[in-house]
Structure formats: C-alpha cells, structure tokens
Write a new protein. Sequence first.
Length: 116
Amino acid sequence: QVQLAESGGGLVQPGGSLRLSCEASTDILLINAMSWYRQAPGKERELVATLTRSGSTFYTSSVKGRFTLSRDNNKNTLYLQMSSLKPDDTAVYYCNAVASDNSRHWGKGTLVTVSS
C-alpha cells in the first residue's frame, strides 16, 4: 500500500506561483508513475501532469509552459511547480501513484485557490 501526502496548497493571486509536494510512503523509484490530478468545483477530475519512473513527463495542454514536475528521490517526494497561475487553476490537487503492481493510490488532496 502506497500512502501519499500532499502539501503546499493555498491562496495565491493571479500570476503568482505555488509549489505542491507529494510525499510517498515508499521508495519513489519503485513507483511506475506519479501524477497530479485536479478537480475544480462542479467539474470532473482531470489529469494535470505525469512523471514516469524513467523520467518521462506529460503535461496537459492548459498547463504546458507554466507547470513543472520534479522529484527528490532521497525524500520520496514529487513536486509540482506552478507559475503564472490563473483563476481557472483553482481546484483541489490530488497526487496519484501507479505502483509496481499497477495498483493506483491517491492522496487526500490539497486546495489551490487563485484569486485576487
């Protein structure tokens, strides 16, 4: 069982930046892929970005050039650096992991609010 703990959400003005963290309870290098999803009020959960074990990345088109994934293997932590934030980025952001047995695991989420 992989446990995930997100942190770093908060209130930020449009154009501002935030860095989200997702700490895994297991060796991050044993996880096939880690992703950030988000769910805005009244909308379905959507994939934001993915980082595979090999280091490949995927970003949904609406965040390309603004969001960047990184990881600290020593801390078993995935980061999402978010810049040039827009009100449309307001959502609960969830960390997801696909373990080596292909099981999927979710964190509890962290709220990001972009508002002036």
